[in-house]
Ligand binder design. Structure first.
Ligand SMILES: Nc1ncnc2c1ncn2[C@@H]1O[C@H](COP(=O)(O)OP(=O)(O)OP(=O)(O)O)[C@@H](O)[C@H]1O
Ligand SMILES: [Mg+2]
Length: 178
């Protein structure tokens, strides 16, 4: 499965991603994280491997011996600037059975090949034309509500499923709003 976590700065993307990683670890999944801010913030992820070095990261996720990883790519829009790796990451989980999470502030920071390969999205507040863009691309008009979401609230979209609104509850699993 490939997922996007999108939203303006401070909306809660990394917090949600860390929560998903912690839950995956509890389920005995192996979690690998690419976090370009690792050196300034320290490791606050539950994971088996974390790096700010794209080469080291790619060596792990593209190693055929590693199957079924949970792969977190924070700041995916600005961090992944090498087209070949970027495109390979988009289709990665089809071959390796990885679950890949692309985290970015704006949908257009992710290449269209990434966006159209995602079958799950966690959408916090996004501005400008992005709610309309996402609603059109994911064929889900309700996503236009992303323009007015409260802080720490997100819309959860999955292929052909109903969209639901959730709020991050700190120190616990992300919980439903109602
Ligand atoms: N439900 C919540 N209640 C209170 N604080 C929260 C909640 N969710 C997240 N936060 C806090 O909000 C801050 C911003 O969250 P986070 O770093 O996840 O945002 P982000 O979307 O990743 O931002 P950026 O795009 O700048 O990386 C963090 O300090 C986090 O602890
Ligand atoms: Mg963040």
């Amino acid at each position: 499965m490939r997922s996007m976590i999108l939203g303006i700065t401070g909306s809660g993307k990394t917090t949600l991603a860390r929560d998903i990683a912690a839950t995956a670890k509890m389920k005995k999944r192996r979690v690998v994280v690419f976090d370009p801010f690792l050196h300034s913030e320290g490791n606050t992820w539950s994971c088996d491997f974390i790096t700010a070095d794209l080469d080291r990261f790619c060596a792990v996720v593209f190693n055929p011996k590693n199957q079924g990883l949970v792969v977190m790519i924070d700041e995916a829009g600005t961090a992944l600037d090498r087209d070949a790796d970027y495109n390979r990451l988009a289709t990665l989980s089809r071959h390796s059975k990885h679950d890949v999470y692309f985290i970015a502030q704006q949908p257009t920071m992710l290449l269209p090949v990434i966006r159209c390969n995602c079958d799950q999205a966690f959408i916090f507040r996004v501005g400008g034309t992005f709610p309309k863009l996402l609603a059109a691309e994911l064929a889900a008009p309700e996503i236009e509500r992303a323009a007015t979401l409260e802080k720490y609230h997100y819309l959860w979209w999955r292929d052909f499923s109903k969209i639901s609104e959730h709020k991050i509850i700190l120190s616990t699993r992300a919980c439903r709003k109602n």
